[in-house]
Design a protein around this ligand. Structure first.
Ligand code: NAD
Length: 293
């Protein structure tokens, strides 16, 4: 069994990104710039945004955070998005999700300029991705593709079962892994909460991706001997032995499943660091495109 180590892969790829950022910064006389909008005081969202700032700093990308309290009006939030859309010094914009319940996330996402939508959530980018045109690809599926590529995992002709059909993970990943060439050419089955006999479906997969948000859901009897297993899930479970009182676990019962696998991602340290990397790649791409216009 080989561990698909997202920390190792992301650190290696991050060095390449930092090199590219520094070359472009010299040429343009300014750094790429990522803006994040953070609404409310959700601790997980605050941590994610802080990490994004840290990552940007590490590779030489400027970052700024626009913070609002959760009672901000829709109009004020849209005004902020539009101001950033028009700011020539900002290359990429993310609105940290989830937004407080009174917002329609889709409505806010659709106000982002697609050329700055480095999360790849705007319908223009989703549509372009599906058509195989250049686009920003959502961070987690893009990170999974990069991880498979880094470890030279063969995907062509493989049966891939993805559990979870969210717009940010399952659906775009199904699209990427079934596209022609590269880390693609898989025969993909996209499973969800209404899939009948999920264990049987999973057992025929050469590659299983668990992205459903149920701690340790995937058991050994759901995985074929020699399969590649990608664990996207991140759940907090109580752990009195940890200083924080909790620990992070994935959707895969790692101890049970790992001995059956050819490759498997750990949680933490698998898909998570690769997801963080994708945002940096997308921001650099956005900056390159804008500065060439
Ligand atoms: P989501 O809640 O939007 O979607 C979950 C999907 O799983 C749904 O399509 C649902 O139909 C399916 N599902 C739920 N229970 C099921 C069951 N018993 N059998 C089959 N399908 C079932 O989730 P999401 O936003 O895609 O996130 C999924 C998990 O991945 C969460 O734990 C989340 O924290 C994690 N996540 C991790 C990263 C990362 O960077 N590692 C990024 C995004 C999400």
């Amino acid at each position: 069994m080989i561990l698909l180590d997202g920390k190792i892969a992301s650190e290696a790829i991050k060095k390449d990104i930092a090199g590219e950022v520094s070359r472009w910064t010299l040429e343009w006389g300014k750094k790429p710039h990522l803006a994040a909008i953070l609404v409310g005081d959700d601790p997980a969202s605050q941590t994610y945004v802080r990490n994004k700032e840290k990552d940007c700093n590490q590779v030489g990308i400027n970052s700024s955070v626009y913070r609002f309290s959760s009672d901000i009006s829709k109009e004020r939030l849209i005004e902020c998005v539009k101001t950033i859309n028009e700011d020539p010094d900002i290359d990429g914009l993310i609105v940290q999700l989830p937004l407080p319940a009174h917002f329609s996330e889709q409505e806010i996402i659709e106000t982002i300029d697609p050329s700055k939508d480095v999360d790849g959530f705007h319908p223009v980018n989703v549509g372009r991705m599906v058509l195989g045109l250049p686009s920003f690809v959502p961070a987690t599926p893009a990170g999974i593709v990069d991880l498979l590529q880094y470890y030279n995992v063969t995907t062509r002709g493989k049966e891939c079962v993805i559990i979870g059909r969210s717009n940010i993970v399952g659906k775009p990943l199904a699209n990427l892994l079934s596209r022609k060439g590269g880390v693609g050419d898989c025969t993909v089955t996209l499973c969800h909460s209404h899939t009948v006999d999920l264990a049987k479906v999973c057992c025929r997969a050469d590659i299983v991706v668990a992205a459903l948000g149920r701690p340790r859901f995937l058991k050994a009897d759901m995985v074929k001997e020699g399969a590649v297993v990608i664990d996207v899930g991140i759940s907090r479970v109580e752990d009195n032995t940890a200083k924080s009182g909790f620990r992070l676990v994935g959707d895969v019962d790692f101890e049970q499943v790992a001995p059956r696998c050819s490759y498997i991602t750990p949680v933490p340290g698998g898909v998570g660091p690769m997801t963080r990397l994708s945002l940096l790649k997308n921001t650099l791409q956005a900056a390159i495109k804008r500065n060439k216009m």
